[in-house]
Write a protein that binds this ligand. Structure first.
Ligand SMILES: *Cc1c(COP(=O)(O)O)cnc(C)c1O
Length: 369
């Protein structure tokens, strides 16, 4: 495909190899070594409010599961949006908890607080795992306020969010937790990796559970091996120097989609979002066109697209999923959204050609509306 959906932009070996060499001289390759600690310090300083710690881990999925293990007893019931990536659901199941899906807002695609409140009228909910869909960073005061009032702990799946300098600092006095992915396909990519931002008082327990749940006397709680190794930490430290350039290029590419689709009444574009968001892809909801058809035609013009988050959780899980409310909005969005590629600087040379192909794909746009 001329315009692939994903073109990772990782730092070249020449940039991170000198950092990784330190691991050989120290003979420390994992277990929260000096490079992992340095990366955690840099991420906490850059992305979190004071009072929060950053903990490196091997993926967002494992990070989410470990945080849930630390916060909830087995059998706890966790609300999550029906419109999300499979990993949100899987992390809850891996932590011995019961996922309960709720509906989303039709414009932000985020968990709908009214749907959560309705769910709580008919079933017990012990915690909430909201998602920042597509890495979109928006104010969460309403949801966090609701959870504060109802004494519900909140763990955000913010997997695709790490981005540029206009991002607000994550965290609040409520103590919500945010989990990010450093997968190669995210803006802050290292290969495989993740970061947890949590209030400092939770740091010790979460870190322990990333290391088999071991206590100093070798007794153990439930845990994983979920640690980040020094090699990925070295790549992460180099990526830190490049993230503003990567994110800037991606945000600019996303703005071109905004302009391209303009105020086309047939499409729904991302609702207002902090421009520093991760921008790993650009989701377009087609109100009238069949998205499978659009995807097929896009491919004819060399544009690779993907359907996310499709199928929805209830439609995709090969096991029964608990729900207490109808899921109309998430079903509709999931059925009608198609994601277009968003490129970092290493693929910026493709962007003009991509938009020429877009004009062929949607000829009405080049003629204006
Ligand atoms: C990418 C992604 C994940 C998975 O992250 P990994 O680091 O690959 O485990 C989970 N949730 C969402 C919303 C994602 O976009």
């Amino acid at each position: 495909m001329l315009y692939p959906f994903l073109i990772p932009d990782l730092p070249p070996a020449a940039e991170w190899m000198p950092r990784f060499e330190q691991a050989f001289s120290r003979r420390i390759f994992s277990n929260f070594g000096p490079l992992a600690r340095e990366l955690e310090g840099a991420i906490a300083e850059r992305y979190a409010l004071p009072g929060y710690a950053a903990i490196s881990c091997c993926s967002a999925t494992v990070g989410l599961a470990v945080v849930l293990l630390s916060l909830f007893k087995p059998g706890g019931r966790i609300a999550l949006p029906n419109f999300t990536f499979a990993a949100t659901y899987q992390a809850i199941r891996m932590a011995n908890l019961v996922p309960v899906v709720v509906d989303i807002d039709p414009l932000t695609y985020e968990l709908d607080v009214a749907s959560l409140a309705a769910t709580m009228k008919s079933t017990r909910i012990d915690g909430v795992m909201p998602v920042r869909p597509f890495g979109f960073v928006r104010d969460q005061t309403e949801l966090v306020g609701f959870c504060r009032e109802n004494d519900l702990r909140v763990v955000f799946d913010s997997a695709a969010c790490l981005g540029g300098r206009t991002l607000p600092k994550f965290g609040s006095t409520f103590g919500e937790i945010e989990v990010f992915s450093l997968h190669a396909t995210k803006s802050f990519g290292v290969g495989e990796g993740g970061v947890i931002l949590c209030p400092t008082e939770l740091e010790g327990d979460i870190r322990r559970r990333l290391n088999f749940g071991f206590h100093p006397d070798r007794t153990f709680d439930l845990g994983f091996n979920g640690k980040m190794d020094e090699l990925h930490a070295a790549v992460g430290l180099s990526q830190m120097d490049r993230i503003d350039a990567i994110q800037g290029a991606r945000a600019e590419h996303a703005r071109r989609y905004d302009t391209f689709f303009g105020n086309d009444p047939d499409t729904q574009l991302p609702a207002a979002v902090n421009p520093g968001s991760g921008w790993t892809m650009y989701p377009v909801v087609f109100k009238n066109l069949d998205v499978a058809l659009v995807a097929g035609r896009a491919a004819e013009f060399g544009i690779e697209t993907r359907r996310y988050y499709w199928p929805s959780i209830v439609a995709g899980a090969r096991e029964p999923v608990e729900q207490a409310v109808d899921l109309k909005t998430s079903d509709w969005v999931s059925q009608n959204v198609l994601c277009f590629p968003v490129y970092a600087g290493n693929a910026a040379h493709l962007v003009d050609g991509l938009f020429l192909a877009m004009e062929k794909l949607f000829p009405r746009r080049s003629a204006g509306f």
